[in-house]
Design a binder for this molecule. Structure first.
Ligand code: TRP
Length: 334
């Protein structure tokens, strides 16, 4: 029997993934390639919904792709590609845009949050239609499930609604995907502000651990992470959010359950604990950084891997689009 298909995407909007991206998405994507027919894309079309320098976009798209391979995605097994390489995404997005109500799109909370940042009138129409392009990314591959953070739940609901609507109006065409909500994403918090999610757009540099960062700065940031009053290493989200965040990180990186960590650090104070958290981070990130650097030093090879992914993705996307065009009533183009 065919393996169920997963599809997910990550934006090339930073010069490195951070720990939240790694634990919340990338690491789980790697695990899913074992059991699923996995499609993962670097969503550069989504990145341009806000003004982006071409040189930065090019660099960040390669950096994102290189980190995905470096983190363990195997080009033989997983289909890793750049969204803009598969032109059918934009074509399907247009057709789905025409099935979406203005009010329906206007309810998307991420658009409201993001557009509030520049002032609603300054936001692009592309930012408004962002979730519909995301729906196209998913539906075009007939994905069964979509691993995403909890913040993407509403976009997944829209995707399901649009898929079902299309199927009703035009006949069964799309698989309706299930969300596969990755819990850790929301839980890795800013090292300097444990009440906020670790995030490229809102955390200060001192609050973020970047995958491609050198060991020195990584250690320094962990050692300087905001801790709480008292001196015991205890898991207590309410009174010790900083220590709890570090415990979650340590547990996720070492595979040791939190109660076992708490027992291990009993009577030792914060210093020893933080040192070991820092080591776990450095040990995880260093090999990924080294492999990423190697891939980035050989652009020809990296671009070749992406071409393989794009070709595999295109085969599926073309197949879906041929059916979609016909169902919508477009004439065959001979
Ligand atoms: N909007 C997603 C995010 O910010 C990124 C994304 C784009 C995506 N297309 C996708 C995620 C398709 C899952 C499936 O995280």
């Amino acid at each position: 029997m065919a393996r169920p298909r997963v599809l997910s995407g990550i934006q090339p909007t930073a010069d490195s993934f951070h720990l939240g991206n790694y634990l919340g998405a990338v690491r789980q994507w790697v695990t899913l390639q074992e059991t699923h027919d996995a499609f993962y894309c670097v969503v550069d079309l989504h990145a341009i919904t806000v003004a982006t320098e071409p040189a930065a976009l090019r660099r960040r798209s390669r950096v994102a792709a290189a980190q995905l391979f470096a983190a363990g995605l195997d080009p033989e097994r997983a289909t890793v590609f750049v969204q803009s390489h598969v032109r059918e995404h934009t074509e399907l997005a247009w057709i789905l845009i025409c099935q979406t109500g203005m009010g329906e799109a206007a309810r998307m909370t991420q658009f409201k949050d993001k557009s509030a940042k520049f002032g609603e009138q300054a936001a692009s129409v592309g930012l408004f239609t962002y979730p519909i392009l995301q729906a196209a990314d998913i539906l075009i591959y007939q994905a069964n499930s979509v691993p995403v953070g909890a913040d993407q739940k509403q976009h997944l609901e829209l995707t399901r609604d649009l898929g079902q609507r299309f199927n009703h109006r035009f006949g069964d065409t799309f698989t309706i995907p299930e969300p596969y909500i990755l819990k850790e994403v929301e839980k890795i918090t800013d090292l300097q502000d444990p009440s906020a999610k670790m995030s490229k757009s809102s955390s200060s540099p001192a609050g973020i651990l970047d995958v491609l960062e050198q060991p020195g700065p990584l250690r320094k940031k962990v050692m300087r992470a905001v801790t709480d009053t008292g001196s015991e290493v205890l898991f207590d989200e309410e009174n010790k959010p900083g220590i709890s965040n570090l415990l979650r990180i340590q547990s996720a990186l070492t595979g040791t359950a939190i109660p076992d960590l708490v027992a291990r650090y009993e009577g030792q104070g914060y210093g020893t604990f933080k040192k070991e958290v820092a080591e776990a981070v450095v040990e995880t990130f260093t090999p990924i950084r080294e492999r990423t650097e190697k891939l980035l030093a050989d652009e020809v090879e990296l671009d070749r891997l992406l071409a393989i992914g794009a070709e595999r993705a295109r085969v599926v996307a073309r197949h879906t689009m041929a059916e979609v065009r016909d169902r919508v009533g477009f004439l065959p183009s001979l």
